[in-house]
Design a binder for this molecule. Structure first.
Ligand code: ADP
Ligand code: MG
Length: 323
């Protein structure tokens, strides 16, 4: 089991950011409204994630770390729905296989919390412990037992950058959650959890961007696009400020980027890149998301039609007289 988990881990755990993604998504799934993420050495030596979600009952902890154990899929329909989103109960077992994990957790109903320690897939202890409601995961020494994979990690600074990019996307897709991110005890990101995307944009990109936004809400042919467009005067030197989510999932799409940039072309002086954060709600039947969980490149079945819809939506909004 331990060896199989190690191999499985190779597919899902690439770097500290992969661990942070899994654990923060679990916290959100557990109903957390506040999630704090702390890392040291880019997350290679330490990742600590604290949430105020449901917590895990003592009798469920071991099971949560077994491969393919998930509390989230109850029937075949759920399974179909969730396939594209990720790991189907593989995250905790994979993380535990290649790191040293300590979990402190407590449900509201329980009087005492639980502390569980598992290293390299081997359980070291399971005890009662004082804890506030919610869950804290402490992950130490990524790949301490897989030197071949440790070699592929980049510098602490680069890995910390990946974690920060990931958290920006998670914050933009979950305005209802208050995030706090500390790298080597320095606060790098803080959102309020107000539920408003505009507030998150303000928290992340600052006042210059947040006070120059146009709101978008456009529906056409089974696609509903919402979000914010930077006014054309807000130009950026690269595509890093074009952020797209499809049905809540962060994606990269050259086609969407091109549709967006083409729509801006008439309104921008030089050929630069716009600032946009867009959420697409689309019929799952019409979207074909690449199946590999770590790939984010997205393809629609009808690329041409989606291109036109995106272009139209943005071009129309940029034409509004208030500009
Ligand atoms: P999945 O998320 O696909 O169910 P994971 O391996 O990520 O699989 O997690 C296993 C289980 O552990 C979850 O189904 C959930 O019941 C529990 N769990 C993990 N993290 C948390 C958390 N932060 N709060 C509450 N429960 C959690
Ligand atoms: Mg999970």
């Amino acid at each position: 089991q331990v060896t199989i988990d190690k191999i499985a881990a190779g597919e899902v755990i690439e770097r500290p950011a992969s661990i942070v993604k899994e654990l923060v998504e679990n916290a959100i799934d557990a109903g957390a409204t506040h999630v704090t993420i702390e890392i040291e050495e880019g997350g290679i030596s330490l990742i600590r994630i604290t949430d105020d979600g449901s917590g895990i009952m003592k009798e469920d902890i071991r099971n949560a770390f077994l491969r393919h154990s998930t509390s989230k899929i109850r029937n075949v329909e759920d399974l179909l729905h969730i396939t594209s989103l990720g790991f189907r109960g593989e995250a905790l077992s994979s993380i535990a296989a290649v790191t040293k994990v300590e979990v402190i957790t407590k449900t509201k109903e329980a009087i005492l919390g639980t502390r569980y320690v598992i290293e390299g897939g081997q359980e070291l202890s399971l005890d009662e412990a004082g804890s506030s409601d919610g869950t804290t995961f402490i992950i130490r020494q990524l790949f301490y037992n897989v030197p071949a994979r440790r070699k592929f990690l980049k510098t602490a600074m680069t890995e910390a950058g990946h974690v920060q990019d990931l958290l920006i996307r998670l914050a933009l897709s979950h305005p209802e959650v208050a995030f706090r991110f500390l790298n080597n005890n320095q606060e790098k990101l803080r959102t309020s959890g107000s539920g408003k995307l505009k507030d998150v944009i303000y928290n992340i990109y600052g006042r210059d961007v947040a006070s120059n936004l146009l709101e978008l809400d456009y529906r056409q042919g089974g696609i509903h696009i919402t979000g914010y467009l930077g006014k054309p005067l807000i130009t950026r030197g690269n595509r890093n400020f074009e952020t797209f989510f499809v049905n809540g999932r962060y994606v990269k799409s050259t086609m969407i980027s091109r549709a967006v940039e083409d729509a801006y072309k008439d309104f921008m002086m030089q050929h630069k890149f716009p600032f946009v954060v867009l959420h697409f709600q689309v019929d799952t039947e019409t979207v074909d998301v690449n199946v590999h969980p770590t790939k984010m490149e997205l393809r629609f079945q009808n690329q041409q039609e989606v291109y036109k819809t995106v272009f139209e939506a943005i071009h129309r909004q940029l034409l509004e007289p208030e500009l």
